[in-house]
Design a protein around this ligand. Structure first.
Ligand SMILES: [Fe+2]
Length: 223
């Protein structure tokens, strides 16, 4: 069973899907490749949004898509939260965790250096009881990953990055050093799911690790 823990499928909830039609196209494609469950993780940017406004927008989009969804894929509520200084002190921060769990998908800022005040936010989030999943770690250098691993975080790679020679080089390294926990689509458009077509074959690029990562995803959703 394929479970996707990182996706931008909700209509108009962020810059992923522009309307219901695009969202349905994403779901139909995902279903075609065997995805049975998807966590919808629209972007939450603390510097230009409030959690209350975000949740209202996300839940409305979730209801709209759920009502129109006939694929049988179960959709779960989540968010992809940009790490910023002060994030842990936001009042409703725990509501951004995946539905009925304490797992929070965190996106690092794209700058190459992360200062200690920012990195300390991870510890503060963890002290609230949240388990942190760092999104698409193949975007970050070995030095950055080593820094992150000091914080006892879980990590995710994007399936489509396996097909980029530069990213694949990094991913192979990270898989070998056992720092990867999950693989997901990070789908903004329907064709991001195409990667799954190749991954579900027995002789795929990451071998049995694919099943391990899928089992990890099932476990956090208690499936
Ligand atoms: Fe994303």
């Amino acid at each position: 069973m394929m479970i996707d823990i990182h996706s931008h499928i909700l209509p108009k909830a962020d810059h992923g899907s522009h309307n219901l039609e695009e969202s349905l196209k994403q779901l139909i494609t995902a279903s075609k490749y065997g995805v049975k469950g998807i966590v919808a993780t629209p972007h939450f940017y603390p510097f230009n949004d409030s959690i209350e406004k975000f949740l209202k927008r996300r839940d409305k989009a979730f209801d709209e898509l759920s009502a129109a969804n006939s694929t049988g894929i179960k959709i779960y509520k989540g968010a992809e939260v940009r790490l910023t200084t002060g994030l842990s002190s936001l009042k409703h921060i725990k509501k951004l965790a995946f539905e009925n769990t304490n797992y929070l998908l965190l996106e690092m800022p794209s700058s190459t250096t992360w200062n200690n005040i920012l990195l300390n936010e991870i510890i503060k989030l963890q002290s609230l009881g949240l388990t942190i999943i760092i999104a698409h770690i193949e975007r970050y250098s070995s030095n950055q990953i080593n820094k992150l691993m000091e914080f006892d975080v879980l990590t995710q790679i994007n399936a489509y990055s396996l097909f980029s020679p530069i990213k694949w080089f990094r991913i192979r390294k990270y898989i070998k050093s056992n720092v990867v926990t999950f693989i997901a689509s990070d789908s903004h458009i329907y064709n991001h799911f195409f990667a799954y077509k190749y991954l579900k074959k027995s002789h795929n690029m990451i071998g049995s690790k694919f099943n391990t990562y899928m089992n990890n995803a099932k476990n956090i959703l208690s499936l």
